[in-house]
Write a protein that binds this ligand. Structure first.
Ligand code: EPZ
Length: 428
């Protein structure tokens, strides 16, 4: 297993460019199976989850290869709708392959995605939405077997604004007869990026970014010889993570390719903690205060509320914020696993169900800690940057699922951090 070795105490400084968004790239890659033209996808992040999605697409007959700074995808010869079991189990979010596979082939088979480190992760909203479009679904032997040969548009109300369910239904609805309306749809920027991509490949989608998304069935023909280019939106969670790192180390950084409006809730909390934050169109600048101040309350909510994917990073920040901060995790039921690891570094908090009350300490000390999930692992790395002494973050592969070589980005901002691979020769 890989580890990150962090020596704390260095205020971050300089400029970093934010990579393309994992949670936009994954649904867009899934949607590529609908395209009749080759796709040039720019700013697709080099992540474990993206590699897994590309392997799934290859197994379905989608050709992909590097093309300069883009990935060239060609789904013209895609010929399978049975998802490879191992890969789709490894990538939980591959569940939103169902929609495009049903739209393209009229059928789809995938493995029932397991839960993951942060919770049970049900898919009832996905399946209910697809059923309302006329998909006949059987669940047996751990598989989900979908027959969607006769899709009809429907008026679908989501009980919860699920990101994945919104994406799955959008992609299936492009092949339905008539209009589909998704009410209480997710409003995350990644939904808008997926919709922009779908329009480029000939689909009719409106209302993305609002609670009511409308998809008109059918696709405009596009030239099968003319590649269609799309640039993945910046990763707002990577941006928020790097800003937290600067805030926790008393640093001063600028981020290029960061969309301030995508993280307005997080920027407001950084200002509440005493940071000076200024923003231009696609650039964010942060200067940290001498001592971070308490954040009265963070409640994770669907967009535009505070993003659950930044909860762990702000948890780490609040361990050092003078006074008492409160965090409520409303979205996932098991997303505080970084807490006990932070206690090993000197953090102090009380947890009751989905609420933690953090009492800021003046210093954290380096320790050997273990990443329990993607964003928790990033949070432990940030704590190591601020701690006195050396921190080892084990199971760093979890971090690689959502961050392109996080240690290289942080090093470019002055951090003392290196990776220890899993080979014996590098064992400490
Ligand atoms: C997406 O997951 C993201 N993943 C998650 O990012 C993110 O945390 C989440 O949205 C919320 O913003 C990708 O986009 C690949 P949801 P998703 O469906 O689609 C419940 C990261 O760290 N729910 O909006 O799975 C569910 O249990 C990852 O990058 C149902 O009850 O999230 C959860 O409580 C982690 N039934 C809530 O909705 C369903 O059918 C939010 O889930 C689906 C979801």
């Amino acid at each position: 297993m890989a580890s990150l070795i962090v020596t704390g105490g260095v205020p971050l400084s300089g400029t970093a460019r934010v990579s393309g968004a994992k949670n936009a790239a994954l649904p867009i890659l899934a949607a590529s199976i609908l395209a009749r033209s080759p796709i040039l996808l720019y700013d697709c992040p080099k992540l474990r989850d993206v590699e897994n999605m590309l392997s799934i697409l290859a197994a379905l007959g989608v050709k992909h290869e590097p093309a300069g700074e883009a990935i060239l995808l060609d789904a013209s010869r895609a010929d399978a709708y049975v998802m490879p079991q191992g890969l789709s189990k490894a990538l939980r979010s591959s569940i939103f392959m169902l929609g495009p596979l049903i739209a393209r082939f009229g059928s789809a088979v995938c493995t029932f995605p397991g839960g993951c480190e942060i919770g049970h992760r049900p898919i009832d909203l996905h399946l209910r939405g697809l059923s309302m479009l006329g998909v006949r679904i059987r669940e047996e032997h751990g598989l989900i077997l979908c027959d969607g040969s006769d899709l009809t548009g429907a008026d679908i109300h989501l009980d919860y604004p699920s990101v994945g369910a919104t994406e799955n239904i959008m992609m299936a609805a492009v092949a339905a007869k008539g209009d589909t309306v998704i009410r209480n749809a997710a409003r995350e920027p990644e939904i808008e990026d997926l919709a922009a991509f779908l329009r480029k490949i000939g689909c009719f989608v409106t209302g993305d970014g609002t609670s009511t998304v409308v998809i008109r069935g059918g696709m405009k023909r596009t030239d099968p010889h003319a590649p269609i280019a799309h640039r993945v939106m910046p990763d707002r969670i990577v941006a928020g993570t790097l800003l937290c790192a600067a805030a926790m180390t008393g640093g001063e950084i600028a981020l290029d390719n960061a969309v301030p409006t995508h993280i307005a809730s997080a920027l407001a909390k950084l200002r509440e903690a005493g940071c000076t934050v200024t923003a231009a169109e696609n650039r964010v600048f942060l200067r940290a205060p001498k001592r971070l101040r308490e954040i009265k309350l963070i409640e994770t909510l669907p967009y535009p509320g505070f993003p659950t994917d930044l909860q762990a990073q702000f948890f780490a920040l609040c361990t050092l914020a003078e006074g008492t901060s409160i965090i409520v995790e409303n979205v996932f039921e098991n997303r505080f696993k970084h807490g006990p690891e932070l206690i090993r570094m000197g953090a102090s908090y009380t947890q009751k169900d989905r609420t933690v009350i953090l009492r800021g300490v003046s210093r954290l000390t380096g320790a050997r800690v273990t990443a329990k999930d993607l964003r928790g692992g990033a949070a432990l790395t940030l704590a190591g940057l601020a701690a006195e002494g050396e921190t080892t973050v084990e199971d760093a592969e979890l971090i690689d699922r959502g961050y392109e070589r996080l240690e290289e980005t942080l090093s470019s901002l002055g951090a003392r951090i290196r990776r220890l691979g899993s080979t014996a020769k590098e064992e400490p």
